[in-house]
Design a protein around this ligand. Structure first.
Ligand SMILES: Nc1ncnc2c1ncn2[C@@H]1O[C@H](COP(=O)(O)OP(=O)(O)OP(=O)(O)O)[C@@H](O)[C@H]1O
Ligand SMILES: [Mg+2]
Length: 286
C-alpha cells in the first residue's frame, strides 16, 4: 500500500486560477522522491496539501490509507508525522531566537523539558547551527535561516519530510550534508519529498521523480525513466543531467552512473590504456 495517495487533486487559490489540475500520484514509504517542475508548476501547492495546510478544491489525499481530515485534532496528528520545510523560511520561523523556534514544536507536543532540550541540540547539530541557538532569527543569513527551518522540522522527528527547495540558499558542502542527512533518515524509514530545480541533484539523490507542469502530472517514475526521456525533458526546456548525458553519448557499458565520481570511474575504466592527464587543467598560457 502506498503511504500517500493523491487522487484527482485539483486546487484553485481563492484569488487565483487553478494551480493543480486532477493530479493523481502515489508515494511509497521510505522513498526518496524528487519533485521537479518549472516555476509555478504547483510543487509548493502540492506539498502544502500533503500536510493539510491547503484543502483540495476537488479530489482527495490519503495518508496510510485514510482520507485526510481537516479538523484541528486530525491536522495536529498529521503534522506530527508529516513535516513541511517551507520554501521561504520567513513563512516558517517566528520565535525570538533560533533555539526557541526549534523547540516550539516539541514543546507544543507536551514533551518533557529535558527531551525538548535534547531535540533542539540534536536538530541544531544535524544542521550545524549549534553556535546560533541564542541568535535572534532576524540576525541570520539566508542560508542560516534555511538551516534553522530544517532544524525545526527535524526536531519533530516526522516520518515524512516535505522539503520545499531547501537547498536553494545553501553552500555546496551544506547541500551535500543535508542530502546525506536525508539519506540517513530515508535509510531509517523516513519518506522524503524534495522539491528542487537542480536536476543533477535530483538525478543523483532520488529513488523516483515526480514532474509537474502547469499544475498537471507530467511524469512519475524512476530517475532513469524520467531523466532518460528526452522528449519530456525538452518539453520543459530541461537539460539531461550530465552524468547520464555523457554516459549515453559515450555508449558506456553497465548501469548509468548517478554521481560525478561514478561517471569519472566509468570513463577512466573505459579509457583504460589511453593516457590521460592527472586532473589538472593546463591552459595554453601555462
Ligand atoms: N497565494 C497564492 N494566491 C494565488 N495564486 C497562487 C498563490 N500561490 C501560488 N499561486 C499560483 O499557483 C501556481 C502554482 O504555484 P506554486 O507556488 O505551487 O508553484 P511552484 O512549482 O512551487 O513554483 P516555484 O518553482 O516558483 O516555487 C502558480 O501559477 C502561482 O502563481
Ligand atoms: Mg515553490
Amino acid at each position: 500500500m502506498a503511504l500517500i495517495e493523491v487522487e484527482a487533486l485539483s486546487y484553485s487559490y481563492p484569488a487565483g486560477s487553478e494551480a493543480l489540475h486532477e493530479l493523481s500520484l502515489s508515494i511509497s514509504a521510505g522513498s526518496r522522491v524528487a519533485l521537479v517542475g518549472p516555476n509555478g508548476s504547483g510543487k509548493s501547492t502540492l506539498l502544502r496539501h500533503l500536510n493539510g495546510l491547503l484543502q483540495p478544491t476537488h479530489g482527495r489525499i490519503r495518508f496510510r490509507g485514510e482520507a485526510l481530515r481537516y479538523d484541528r485534532l486530525a491536522l495536529r496528528a498529521l503534522r506530527q508525522q508529516v513535516g513541511l520545510i517551507f520554501q521561504d523560511p520567513e513563512d516558517q520561523l517566528f520565535a525570538a531566537t533560533v533555539g526557541e523556534d526549534i523547540g516550539f514544536g516539541p514543546l507544543n507536543l507536551g514533551l518533557a523539558p529535558s527531551e525538548v532540550k535534547r531535540r533542539i541540540a540534536s536538530a541544531a547539530a544535524a544542521t550545524d547551527i549549534v553556535d546560533l541557538l541564542d541568535r535572534p532569527l532576524h540576525a541570520l543569513s539566508a542560508g542560516q535561516k534555511a538551516r534553522a527551518a530544517v532544524a525545526g522540522v527535524l526536531a519533530m522527528t516526522p516520518t515524512v519530510i516535505l522539503a520545499d527547495e531547501p537547498l536553494a540558499s545553501l553552500d555546496p558542502p551544506t547541500q551535500t550534508r543535508l542530502l546525506s542527512l536525508f539519506d540517513d533518515l530515508a535509510n531509517n524509514g523516513c519518506t522524503i519529498l524534495l522539491a528542487t530545480h537542480d536536476l543533477e541533484q535530483a538525478y543523483s539523490w532520488a529513488d523516483c521523480v515526480i514532474a509537474l507542469k502547469e499544475g498537471r502530472l507530467l511524469a512519475q517514475g524512476s530517475v532513469y525513466e524520467v531523466f532518460g526521456n528526452a522528449a519530456l525533458l525538452e518539453s520543459c526546456g530541461w537539460q539531461q543531467p550530465w552524468p547520464l548525458a555523457i554516459y549515453l553519448t559515450m555508449c558506456l557499458p553497465g548501469v548509468p552512473p548517478r554521481r560525478r565520481s561514478e561517471l569519472l570511474a566509468h570513463i577512466k575504466s573505459h579509457l583504460h590504456g589511453i593516457s590521460h592527464n592527472d586532473g589538472t587543467v593546463r591552459t595554453a598560457e601555462a
